[in-house]
Write a protein that binds this ligand. Structure first.
Ligand SMILES: *Cc1c(COP(=O)(O)O)cnc(C)c1O
Length: 229
């Protein structure tokens, strides 16, 4: 696959992020573009790197493995964004510096134990099911506080913020309330629990990232728009 088209896609996404930042005066550099590579060939990493991308994301260990074997992978900061089974934690922790999908105490304990074993500090985001859709992963908003309080006490974990996935919508505007909801939850938890460095909001994908940025996203996870021909 010739990934020559990737540079232009990255430029387009960056331009759209910049536009989305304008009304609120946010700085575009405060929005990390996490390129989600999934089914793309590992060669896409070289093209993404040449286009200035430094963050890459995968939602499954099985497909992450191929990318992580590519020499270019070492130049990226890796984000694990999918449902994570505890038996995969030992593979994921050494290679990923961010976990966006913390959704249960058992996983927090497993991540902590592995991070301690490796002498690492793992950045974690608590995944929240804001939309309440039954098939979505993530904990209920009212359960976020207990999980954060638990994770905060565990060694090797730095609880950095929240992540959500919006439902598939006809128009991005239809999911604005989901992003606004995640932001309100973060603000509330941050002020009530006096959490340090709890400032990240991972929200927004190929079809809705501009609305997410308008609502305060600090990380957008973009797959198809960047890597699909
Ligand atoms: C695949 C995936 C993305 C990227 O989705 P696109 O619509 O391809 O941009 C983002 N977040 C998660 C959790 C994903 O699984």
């Amino acid at each position: 696959m010739d990934y020559g088209f990737v540079r232009q896609r990255v430029e387009e996404v960056r331009a759209r992020v910049e536009m989305a930042c304008r009304p609120s005066g946010r700085h575009p550099a405060d929005v990390r573009v996490v390129a989600v590579t999934k089914t793309a060939s590992p060669d896409v990493l070289s093209a993404l790197y040449a286009a200035g991308i430094r963050d890459a994301g995968e939602n499954r260990w099985q497909i992450a493995r191929d990318k992580l074997a590519h020499p270019a992978s070492a130049q990226f900061e890796w984000h694990f964004i999918g449902a994570l089974q505890t038996n995969k934690v030992k593979y994921v922790v050494p290679r990923f510096s961010w976990i966006h999908s913390l959704d249960r105490p058992e996983l927090a304990r497993a991540l902590s134990a592995e991070a301690v074993r490796r002498g690492a500090v793992l950045n974690v985001l608590v995944q929240v099911n804001i939309s309440g859709e039954a098939q979505k992963h993530g904990i209920r908003p009212e359960d976020a506080e207990d999980l954060i309080l638990l994770a905060r006490e565990l060694p090797g974990l730095s609880v950095r913020g929240l992540m959500t996935m919006a439902p598939i919508a006809e128009r991005p505007e239809d999911v604005r309330h989901v992003f606004a909801g995640l932001r309100a939850l973060r603000d509330d938890l941050q002020s009530r629990l006096s959490l340090e460095a709890f400032d990240q909001l991972s929200m927004g994908m190929s079809d809705d990232f501009e609305v997410a940025v308008q609502e305060g996203a600090t990380m957008i996870r973009i797959g198809r728009r960047l890597v699909n021909p």
